[in-house]
Write a protein that binds this ligand. Structure first.
Ligand code: GRF
Length: 196
């Protein structure tokens, strides 16, 4: 049975769908939900689902990313995950951390990568006049929002779409995509999941 640690910074809606998907004949189970924000709403949702939680606040470490990540690794090494899922985790990770977890760490990003790496993805897609937006799950490498794509979901951009409305439609697809990718990944299958 593969052990999955999920890193969050906020509400954790993607974490909830991942945790709820790991049941029955699923080859993985959640072993930890870890947040860099003490009051993250997702922590309570994890606790009500019986999943161990931890907080490593990044603020005391200031600009010393390596020290913050050493504290993360202390908690992660104790949980011994086989897979790490970044789910609304809003800290940039150093190359050293991504190397430590190479081949085991996934992230969901709200754009059709390689387009729109970074923030404000939906506003940028609307601004560019794109016909569609979406989300991508990728293996995490040293390159921010880079790494091999393991799945994508496409969402049409409607005329007059506002970023929040588009984000809400994409989030629905994120909740379908990430569990589907995690299941394949946990089975050792890296063939991409393409939705719809
Ligand atoms: C989502 O848009 C996700 O794509 C991004 O963080 C946002 C919030 O995710 N990574 P969640 O509700 O905290 O899972």
């Amino acid at each position: 049975m593969k052990r999955v640690a999920i890193l969050i910074s906020g509400g954790g809606s993607n974490m909830v769908t991942l945790v709820d998907s790991m049941q029955g004949d699923h080859p993985a189970r959640p072993c930890l939900v870890l947040s860099n924000v003490a009051g993250a709403g997702g922590l309570e949702k994890a606790r009500t689902r019986g999943v161990d939680t931890a907080v490593v606040d990044h603020k005391p470490y200031g600009r010393d990313r390596e020290a913050f990540e050493a504290a993360l690794n202390e908690v992660l090494d104790a949980a011994q995950p086989d897979i790490i899922c970044l789910a609304g985790f809003m800290r940039v990770l150093t190359e050293g951390f991504t190397r430590r977890w190479a081949g085991k760490m996934l992230n969901i990003h709200p754009s059709l990568l390689p387009k729109y790496k970074g923030l404000n993805t939906h506003a940028r897609a609307i601004e560019a006049g794109d016909a569609e937006a979406g989300c991508s799950v990728h293996e995490v490498t040293a390159e921010l929002d880079g790494g091999p794509i393991l799945g994508q979901a496409r969402v049409p951009i409607e005329p007059g779409d506002k970023p929040d409305a588009l984000a809400a439609r994409v989030l629905v697809m994120e909740h379908q995509l990430y569990p589907a990718v995690l299941r394949r990944f946990a089975d050792g299958d890296r063939s991409p999941v393409m939705l719809p």
